[in-house]
Design a protein around this ligand. Structure first.
Ligand code: ADP
Ligand code: GN1
Ligand code: MG
Length: 360
C-alpha cells in the first residue's frame, strides 16, 4: 500500500499545519518529497535501504556533520547554508514506519535551484567554491568518528569485481548486447588503479569527503552563487580525489549524464578550469602535493568508475539506480564512456590547467 505521506510528515516537529506533500527533485537514490505547511516548507525523504544498509549509523554521521557545519558557518559569518535535519515528535532524527521504511525531514532551502549541467563558467566556478568550501570546513572534523555509509564506495577494486561478477552471472541476459561497452571498461583496468594504489601506500590522506559531488547536489541562488551543499548521505572518510573527479564528471560535461547523442558530450576545458579554480581557491592550503598530482587523473578515474557502475547495474537488471526506460543504464554507460574518451584526448591539457592554477 502507498504510504500516507501526510501521516508520515506529522511524525516530525514541523511548524504550521501540513497542507500538501508531493514528489520533488531528480535524485537517483532516495524518494524525495516537498512538504508544504501553513508556515514553512520542508524536505521529506524515504531512505533507500537497498543502498544504505545502516540508516542509524548514517543518521548519526549526518547529524554530527550538519551541527559541525552550522557552528562553523555561524563562527565565520559565512553566507553558505546547511540543510538541518528536523526531529520527530519522539526526539529522534528518523521515523521508522510499519513497513520498516526510514523517513527523515530537513529544512527546505527556499528560492534555490539546481542544475544538471553547468551552463557557463560562472556556475562551474561557484560549484567549485561550494565543494572546496565543504572540504575545507570539514578538514578538522574527526574523520575516525564517521562510519562508512556505503563501504568501498569509490574503491576501484570493489567496483571492478562487481562488474566482473555481473558479467559472469549475466542475470538479465544483457552481456551480449553490452560486449563493446564491457571491453571498453576492461581495457582501462590497469591504469585506473592509481588512486586505489596511492591509498594503499598511504601517500594520500583520508579526509572527510562528500563522495557524491555531482552538480545537482549543490543549491544555487538566483544569481548563480552557490548556497548549500546537499545530499549528505555519503559524507564519510574518503580521498579528496573522489570529490574533485566526481564533480568534474558533471560540471565539465557539455552534455547530460544520460545524453543519447555522443556529439553533445565532451569535457569542456573552460568549465574544467573554472571549477578547478573555484575548488583549489578554497583548498590549496589544505591539499598535499600527492593529491594535486592526481587531480586531473581523478576526473578520468571517476568517469570510468561511473561508466562501470552504470554498466554493472544494466547487467544486473537495473537494481540500483532509478531508471526511466529499460535501456537507461546502457545509455548512461555510453554517455560516460564518451566523456571519458574526451578526457583522455585532453589529459595533457587538464594536467597543465591544474599546474597553472597552482602556480597562481
Ligand atoms: P538523492 O540522494 O536521491 O539524490 P537528494 O538529497 O540529492 O536525493 O535530493 C533530491 C533533490 O531534492 C535535489 O537534487 C534537490 O533538487 C532537492 N533538495 C534536496 N534537499 C533540499 C533542500 N534541503 N532544500 C531544497 N531542495 C532540496
Ligand atoms: C547517485 O543520489 P544521487 O542521484 O545524487 C549515486 C552517485 C552517482 C550518481 C550518478 C549513493 O547520486 O554515487 O554518482 O547517482 N549515489 C549513490 O548520477 O550511489
Ligand atoms: Mg542527489
Amino acid at each position: 500500500m502507498a504510504p500516507d505521506l501526510i501521516t508520515i510528515a506529522e511524525r516530525f516537529r514541523l511548524n504550521g499545519t501540513i497542507r500538501n506533500v508531493f514528489p520533488y527533485g531528480s535524485g537517483h537514490i532516495n524518494d524525495t518529497f516537498k512538504v508544504l505547511t501553513s508556515e514553512k516548507n520542508y524536505l521529506l525523504q524515504r531512505v533507500n535501504q537497498e543502498v544504505f544498509k545502516d540508516v542509524r549509523g548514517l543518521t548519526s554521521n549526518l547529524v554530527r556533520v550538519t551541527d559541525f557545519l552550522s557552528d562553523k558557518i555561524a563562527e565565520a559569518q559565512s553566507s553558505m547554508e546547511v540543510m538541518m535535519p528536523i526531529r520527530t515528535v519522539n526526539g529522534t532524527y528518523f521515523y521508522m514506519d510499519d513497513e520498516s521504511e526510514f523517513w527523515r525531514v530537513f529544512t527546505f532551502i527556499e528560492g534555490s535551484k539546481t542544475y544538471d549541467r553547468a551552463l557557463n563558467v560562472k556556475i562551474a566556478e561557484a560549484g567549485g567554491h561550494a565543494f572546496g568550501w565543504f572540504l575545507k570546513m570539514l578538514s578538522d572534523f574527526p574523520v575516525d568518528t564517521l562510519m562508512e555509509t556505503i563501504p568501498n564506495f569509490h574503491d576501484a577494486v570493489f567496483r571492478l569485481n562487481n562488474l566482473k561478477r555481473a558479467i559472469e552471472n549475466d542475470k538479465a541476459g544483457r552481456v551480449k548486447a553490452a560486449q563493446n561497452d564491457i571491453a571498453f571498461a576492461l581495457d582501462r583496468e590497469a591504469e585506473m588503479m592509481a588512486i586505489y594504489q596511492a591509498g594503499q601506500e598511504g601517500s594520500i590522506p583520508v579526509r572527510v569527503t562528500h563522495n557524491d559531488t555531482k552538480i545537482n547536489n549543490v543549491l544555487f541562488d538566483e544569481n548563480d552563487k552557490a548556497r548549500c551543499v546537499i545530499d549528505l548521505d555519503t559524507v564519510m572518510p574518503g580521498y579528496v580525489l573522489y570529490d574533485f573527479g566526481d564533480a568534474i564528471r558533471t560540471y565539465a560535461n557539455t552534455g547530460d549524464e544520460d545524453d543519447p547523442d555522443p556529439d553533445h558530450i565532451s569535457m569542456n576545458p573552460d568549465l574544467f578550469r573554472a571549477f578547478a579554480e573555484g575548488y583549489l581557491g578554497e583548498t590549496k592550503e589544505v591539499l598535499t602535493q600527492s593529491e594535486i598530482d592526481l587531480m586531473a587523473f581523478s576526473a578520468r578515474y571517476i568517469t570510468w568508475e561511473q561508466t562501470i557502475r552504470f554498466l554493472t547495474d544494466y547487467l544486473n537488471g537495473d537494481i540500483y539506480y532509478k531508471i526511466k526506460h529499460p535501456d537507461h543504464n546502457l545509455i548512461r554507460t555510453r554517455a560516460q564512456a564518451q566523456l571519458l574518451k574526451s578526457m583522455e584526448q585532453q589529459s595533457g591539457g587538464m594536467e597543465t590547467i591544474i599546474r597553472e592554477i597552482m602556480k597562481g
